[in-house]
Design a protein around this ligand. Sequence first.
Ligand SMILES: *[C@@H]1O[C@H](CO)[C@@H](O)[C@H](O)[C@H]1NC(C)=O
Length: 366
Amino acid sequence: MEKLLALIFFGYISVVCSISCKDQNNKDVDWFITYKMPKQADSSPPGIANGVGFYYMDSNLAGDLKPSTNDLSSSDQAIAYTLQQYYSQQSNSDLFHVMYNDEMAASLEEKSGSAWGWLKEKVKSVLRSKAVEYGHTKGVVFFDNDAGYWLVHSVPKFPLSDSYVYPDNGMIYAQSMLCMSFKYSELSKIGTQLYYNHPQIYSSNLPTSMAADNPDLAKVIGGQYKSGAPYSSTLDLTTAGGTTFKSFAKSADFNQDLYASLVAPTLKTPLDVETWRRGDEIPQNCSLKYGVQNVEDMKVGTSTTFKYTKDHSKVGISTQASAPYTCIGDINRMTSQFVRGGGTICINNAAVWTTYFQMIATADSC
Ligand SMILES: *[C@@H]1O[C@H](CO)[C@@H](O)[C@H](O)[C@H]1NC(C)=O
């Protein structure tokens, strides 16, 4: 009798707990966006002086970017709650997951910055440069056969494959994350976008039954990637709650800037783009119909303004209120990125856009 009750009880649990992005209170949420501040002398959000303070907004109050009470070193915040669903079920082979990052997540032991660790990293990076370059892309996808989420982010060596830790290497610079909750039927489109992006995968499990439903995803997990025409894929992804995100993915063969050659012309709006820039700068082009300008300084919430050199997030923001797009993704605006796979995901939402547009303190202009 007890066994029967337990069976009924756990059967019930597995029906009601579908996989989803989780909010700051560990409740299901349709989507959330976070902006982690660079390490600087500020008191809001808490943790900013240690490089782990972040702002948060979600679908329940789009545009309302709030300082998070718990910083990223805590496991009581949206990102950790979202990932914890996977960590607590990592041995369940009926679930699909993939973790990918162009800068591979180190194991906990390797995290200490020893000279030996540094040498190993150097050797690895030389070996990598000889191999086919993976896409410049970072994220986690986790689904059961009913629902799941896609977490897109900019943090190198994150997340670990087995437990939640915010890495030391993600502290100095600003970083962003976007989480979207989907029904299972959207997974095949995510697979297609990853097939173009060519992610470097460090942890994955694809159940056979799901492989049949998601052919591009199966290729990605098998190490294959898109080559030849077409060089990009633009797809609308609709969240479980009915919000449409426009996903842009380019393959390495695209050989142009994602933002100027694909995102701006498709959205039909000029963009201000904040990404990592170190050399390989794309020259300004003032004769484009929908031009792209680099952001120079960011002012997030009530925090101190910071220069783009403190930012590792990859954000594109429309400059027109009539096309209120905010794009969060994983590729930089540098000529070196022309030949890397990568993408961005854009939300058409006036409240989100107003918040993000106000974050641009200074941008270049023609
Ligand atoms: C600027 O854009 C125009 C229009 O697409 C193009 O013809 C031209 O080659 C571009 N110039 C540079 C310097 O990239």
